[in-house]
Design a protein around this ligand. Structure first.
Ligand code: C2O
Ligand code: CU
Length: 485
């Protein structure tokens, strides 16, 4: 190891950051037990709503024992609890801001009215409580939440503000579903620790934004997960600012991908890798043998990423060790069919819009609160034709809707992109046609966002706004002031 090697002896982790490349394969000592994030407590109020209370606050976390870091968290020091609600339920979330800086909390992947979305137009000032309420109206899915303040999303997420929001629907027999036992969300984030402490400044590296040299899973460095059943369901979230992961197992074992961002796939997809851009999720089911240890690894992403993530062109990370107990409770076999995912026919689209992501802009324009980029009509279907136009990776995300990928460079999408999505990795030069329906929540005054989920790009202005209008409703002037925070 060269002079730039960083030793973190307490965690047994040794990382070579020489020449900006990171290779932790075989170097991570999995000494810290990781568990599912705690479930957020909830109650049912007199109106029948499921009520959650969340406090966004500052904290202190020892990622490495004896080296406390200043962090932010939701009801904890770092990250937040898992919210959980059933389709059809009405929820109310009281979010109190105790970080002393204006922030927001956005429900990523949720179909909900624009004023409940938690984007830049719903700032929560220091000391204030914001109380969005909406009815869960979408299939079972692993959604998540994170701040979205105008121009500051990268910083707030980096400090630790993020958590899962699981939507439940009719149970699917055969799928592992015991939270924290055989059904475990894993929030994977790269971070930089200096001397074992989280660098509070979200240091920049290159054109994609922050790339860290160490991995946290649910906020734990050098993590292992105890497995007590023959199959375990992992709900993977790439909660990084800019890093793309390409998850595999060190022994090359196959696993089943069962869900993408917005819900279950039609059928389990057997694969050996799953690639996730920032903001994307995948649920996988892994089979383990008694007593074995299986290492989840991220290898150089298959498409494009090595080309762009210059600091980490050949980056390989050991992510997590699965530790199977000597005796495992048997799990049922996976069902052959998981969910109905009715294809949205291309011929139902009333229009196609093109979006080129390049140079921190979309279609040559930076985010401008004074401009609405797209007026869409309620009860219509549109095709959004998106591509990366600058030789850089982007991660394209649309609020309010779950879309389907119609085509990738004019070919049918691969199986892992065949279900509901709200975020897609756009490799350089790749063109994707996304089809989406706008069924609800017309409001000429309140925009939803679409943007790159590489948070540096987003904060730099690679974002636009759309409003949903009723047929015949005239566009309103944009709600321009108020985003300065
Ligand atoms: Cu996860 Cu507009 O973001
Ligand atoms: Cu981008």
């Amino acid at each position: 190891l060269g002079a730039s090697a960083v030793a973190v002896p307490a965690a047994g982790l040794l990382v070579s950051a020489t020449r900006g490349k990171v290779d932790t394969v075989g170097r991570v000592a999995f000494t810290n037990r990781v568990q599912a994030p705690p479930l957020a407590p909830s109650r049912i109020d007199a109106a029948g709503r499921r009520v959650f209370d969340l406090r966004v606050r500052t904290g202190r976390r020892e990622f490495v024992p004896g080296r406390p870091s200043a962090t932010w968290g939701i009801d904890g020091d770092y990250l937040g609890p898992t919210l959980r609600a059933r389709r059809g339920e009405r929820v109310l979330v009281n979010v109190t801001n105790q970080v002393g800086e204006t922030t927001t909390l956005h429900w990523h992947g949720m179909h909900l009215p624009p004023e409940m979305d938690g984007g830049p137009y719903q700032p929560i000032r220091p000391g204030a409580t914001w109380s969005p309420t909406w009815t869960i109206d979408q299939p079972a899915a692993s959604l998540w939440y994170h701040p979205h303040p105008h121009g500051r999303t990268a910083r707030h997420l980096y400090r630790g503000l993020a958590g899962m929001f699981l939507v439940d629907d009719a149970p699917v027999p055969g799928l592992p579903h015991r939270y924290g036992v055989d059904d475990v969300p894993l929030i994977v984030q790269d971070r930089r620790l200096v001397d074992g402490r989280l660098d509070p400044d979200e240091p920049m590296s290159g054109t994609t934004g922050f790339l860290g040299d160490q991995l946290l899973v649910n906020g734990v460095l050098g993590p292992y997960l105890e497995v007590t059943t023959t199959r375990v369901r992992l709900r993977l979230l790439n909660g990084s600012n800019a890093r793309v992961f390409n998850f595999t197992f060190a022994d090359g074992r196959a696993f089943a991908q069962i869900a993408s961002d917005g819900g279950l796939l039609r059928a389990p997809h057997t694969t050996r890798q799953v690639q996730l851009a920032p903001g994307e999720r995948a649920e996988i089911v892994v089979t383990v043998a008694p007593g074995e240890r299986a290492v989840l690894r991220s290898v150089a992403p298959a498409t494009g990423a090595g080309f762009v993530q210059r600091d980490g062109g050949s980056d390989r990370f050991d992510v997590l060790e699965l530790r199977a107990a000597a005796r495992l409770a048997p799990s049922p076999g996976l069902p052959a069919r998981l969910a109905d995912v009715p294809a949205i026919p291309a011929r139902t689209a009333v229009r196609t819009r093109t979006f080129e992501l390049a140079e921190h802009q979309i279609n040559g324009r930076k985010m401008d609160p004074g401009r609405i980029d797209a007026h869409v009509l309620r009860d219509t279907t549109e095709i959004w034709d998106v591509r990366s136009g600058d030789g850089t990776l982007h991660s394209f995300h649309v609020h309010d809707v779950q879309f389907q990928v119609l085509s990738v460079d004019d070919r049918r999408p691969p199986p892992h992109l065949a279900g509901w999505k709200d975020t897609v990795l756009l490799p350089p030069g790749t063109r994707m046609r996304l089809i989406m329906r706008f069924d609800d929540y017309a409001d000429p005054h309140r925009p939803y966002m679409f943007h790159c989920h590489m948070l540096y790009h987003e904060d730099q202005g690679m974002m636009g706004q759309f409003v949903v209008l009723e047929r015949g409703q005239p566009p309103a002037p944009p709600p321009s002031p108020g985003l300065r925070q």
